[in-house]
Design a binder for this molecule. Structure first.
Ligand code: ADP
Ligand code: MG
Length: 233
């Protein structure tokens, strides 16, 4: 396997917020490699560092120590990120929010809208197209944020608790859409969750506790060299 197969290479990456007595170590020396075709769940309770790790993988946070590199990616536009919190632009309706990545990269408005409506349909949110973010619920906004990623063709999709505010059936449908998009585009998919049922649908599961990646299990057996997980203590 060539080094270029590694899309994101996270080596002993740590992230500390604040300084001195107020410092919080959100991530302790995490080692993780994301390769094309990966389907990875990062499972852990609230506050365990899942979002912090995802932000390191996306390059939104600089590691306090260790490194995160993107050997197999051309740039940050190769990463599609579904944020955990609100990420829709209030002045744009749902269809415009969903189409935004395409419009920003030069797709004509009508084609971008068509792609946005198709992506919204995939997550069961087609009927929300003309609403403003303030007119939809948190769970609906989460689905729209997933649809927005589905309009792009990222090489890696990082989804931060994309089903966290959804009922079981809707959450399953959103995960279906992410898995389908990843399969169709060949993207790697990384999903954080505290829901074991969601995690079970991905191929590899890492557990996060108190900022540490503590264990890994995979549907293909633990000897699979496609993932290296550091700091197994
Ligand atoms: P999770 O996504 O698993 O809920 P987070 O990555 O959000 O966990 O948080 C991990 C730890 O880092 C928590 O103790 C949290 O309070 C802390 N933390 C996260 N973001 C910040 C921040 N911007 N400033 C200070 N502490 C933070
Ligand atoms: Mg989080």
């Amino acid at each position: 396997m060539s080094p270029a197969d590694v899309l994101i290479d996270c080596q002993e990456a740590a992230l500390t917020f604040g300084r001195g007595p107020n410092a919080v170590v959100a991530v302790h020396g995490a080692g993780l490699r994301i390769r094309a075709g990966d389907r990875l769940a990062i499972v852990g309770p609230s506050g365990s560092g899942k979002s912090s790790l995802l932000h390191l993988l996306a390059g939104l946070e600089q590691p306090t120590s260790g490194t995160v590199t993107w050997p197999g990616l051309a740039g940050p536009w190769d990463i599609g990120l579904v944020f955990q919190g609100d990420s829709l632009i209030p002045a744009l309706d749902v269809a415009e929010n969903t189409a935004l990545p395409l419009v920003l990269t030069g797709t004509p408005d009508d084609r971008a809208r068509e792609a946005a409506l198709a992506a919204l349909a995939l997550v069961g949110a087609a009927d929300l197209a003309d609403r403003l973010p303030e007119e939809i619920s948190g769970g609906q906004a989460q689905r729209v944020a997933c649809a927005r990623v589905l309009t792009q063709t990222p090489r890696v999709i990082l989804a931060d608790e994309p089903t966290g505010r959804l009922d079981h059936a809707t959450g399953g449908r959103v995960l279906d859409a992410l898995l389908t998009a990843a399969a169709e585009t060949g993207a790697a998919l990384v999903v954080t969750t505290h829901d074991p049922a969601i995690a079970a649908r991905l191929t590899v599961r890492c557990t996060m506790r108190d900022g540490r990646l503590t264990s890994k299990d995979t549907d293909r057996g633990d000897t699979d060299p496609a993932h290296s997980l550091g700091d197994p203590s």
